[in-house]
Each structure stands twice: as structure tokens, then as C-alpha cells.
Ligand binder design. Sequence first.
Ligand code: UD1
Length: 337
Amino acid sequence: MSVLVTGGAGFIGSHCCVDLATHGVDVVVVDDHSNSSPRALDRVAELVGVEIPSYEIDVRDPAELESVFAAHDIDAVIHFAARKAVGESVAMPIEYYESNVGGLLNLLRTMRAHEVDRLVFSSSCSIYGDADDVPILEDTPPRPTNPYARTKWMGEQILADACAVETAWSVMALRYFNPVGAHESGRIGEDPRGIPNNLMPYLTQLAVGRLHELSVFGDDYPTVDGTGVRDYIHVMDVVEGHRVALEHMTSPGFRSLNLGTGTGTSVLQLLAAFTEVCGRELPYRIVARRPGDVAELVADPERAAVELGWRARRDVLDMCRDAWRFQQENPGGYEPA
Ligand code: UD1
């Protein structure tokens, strides 16, 4: 089987390439490296022992994408390539819709032209917005609260509409909760550009001395200790979920599934777990809530367990340990320190 991974040099994409290739899948990558390093793909090749064909292209470019489909006999696509920063999406909505919706449409046109009928779409728990009931079931009506989340919800609706007419298509939208951690080798991991927005890369960079203090965004939420609660999920569990999803896409139609653990962890609980793993106290200060944040987002992971026979296996300490290993061994990320 041959799988095209868009955004294959990114955080989740690179881990997905390792997982697929170690399970005998032929992987082809497209990535424009707007938020990823080509070095990640060198590390993937080193881990799996084969070169992965990769193309530096933008998924919005019809001619470039067409040339990749013409050059490879692709059976299925996993579509990660997208912009993903919530704050940036508020400031640059046109660019977000262009990349995330425009890129998806171009991909779908190219898939249709080449009769590729299986797609896994990278969706997000952010489509649920401030959900009333936690844990969150897939049937919860989406209430996205920012342009980024709206691009993901629009993507799902486009795919559902397309599957109604492309009757051979099998499409699965996987709604990730908070992917963190790294491959256990320490060779690939999360390496965001600039100061990290997200908590785990902030903690790893703080522990390695690149940052000086964590700001905890609010301690007055109605949660266990007042800080925000999230469903952190190990990136290797996320990518295993993708592989298992592909294996289960034998019947046509569109489906959405949560990929989460079902366990909530607060900011202070994650800080404590990370402190235990890295063995040093990390300075922090409670500051105001971050605009747009919600109190608690935790998945009900049962539908994926029933439909795919997949469950997340790794816990928060595994996530901290693996994220820390990558940062310790690569203090400057993929750039030479
Ligand atoms: C964010 C996005 C979400 C996206 C996900 C993965 C927002 C509002 N949501 O999720 O759409 O799918 O990343 O890219 O940006 N925190 C701190 N201090 C920090 C950073 C975070 O206290 O320096 C807290 C947050 O308030 C939150 C928790 O840590 O309670 C997790 O934050 P983060 O890692 O940014 O993820 P989300 O906001 O859940």
C-alpha cells in the first residue's frame, strides 16, 4: 500500500511517516516546510532505514500536486498539511481559509482525477468549542469559536458532502485532543517555530533553559485546581490511530472520530508530571486567562475503541518522558544548537 502524507515533515506527520513505514507502508510526503524542518524527514529516514520520497510543494498548487499523483501510484491520503495556530488564525483569517479549506479542495480535486478514494483528515477537538458536557462525544454539536477551528469544521462538512456523491470514497475525520510527546528514540519530536503557544513544548524549552518562566493562564476555572484541563494524548498513539483507521476504511462514507485518552490533566498536574520527569523545579506564575481558552476539553474515546479497536496506550508520564528526551537530545530542535 502507498500512502501520501501531506504535511509529513510536521510534528504529527513525521511520527506518522515512521509508524507507517515501520508497518510496511510505502510513504510519499508533500510539505512546504512553512512550519517544519526538512531535517525531520532525514531523521525519519534514519529511523526506518529507507528514504521517503518527499516533495517541497504547497498543497494549494494544482500543477505541483498533480505531478506527485502522476509520479506515484497512491492508494490513500493522510492530510495533515494545514495552519494550526488559533491566535494567528484570528489575525490572518484569509490565509487560514486559503490554506486549510483551499488546500483540502485542491487535494480532493486531485484525488478524484486519480481515483484515489481513501482519505484520513486531520480534524481537531477545537471544533467543539466550549462544550457543555465533558467527556465529549462525537455527536456534540460543533461550536467552533475561532477561524482555525472553523476551517476544521468546514473541512469535515465538505468531506461529508463530497462523500454523498463520490460513492466509492471512504473518509475519516480524526478529531485529535492535545497531541504531545515524541517518538521514544528522541530523534523526532515537536519543534515549533518561535516561542511555543502550547503548554508541552513550552515546558520542554523551559527545562532546557531556552525560556525562563511558565505563565499559567488562569487558576479560576471550575476545574480540579482552577487551571485548564485538557486530554493530552501521546503523538505515537495518535499516529497509530491513523494507521488503524486506514486499515478499517473498507466501506464507503464519511465518519468522524475522537482521538483522545478520556483522561483530563490540569496545567498544574502536567507541570508536576513534567517536573518529576526532568528532575528540576520549573518557575511559574499564575497570570490572567488566555482569551479563547476553555475550562475543560476531554474526549469520550469509546467510539474509536468500538469502531477501530484502537485505544491510547501511553500515559502522561510517558508523554513527558518522551517530549523531554527529544528536547534534551535536541536543545535547539532540528536546528544545530
Ligand atoms: C491549542 C489550540 C487548539 C489546537 C491545539 C493543538 C488554543 C485556544 N487552542 O489547544 O485549537 O488544536 O492547541 O495545536 O490555542 N497554557 C498555559 N500556559 C502556556 C500555554 C498553555 O497555562 O504557556 C494552558 C492553556 O491555558 C490550556 C492548556 O495549557 O489550559 C493547554 O494549552 P495548549 O497546549 O496551548 O493547548 P490548547 O489551548 O488546549
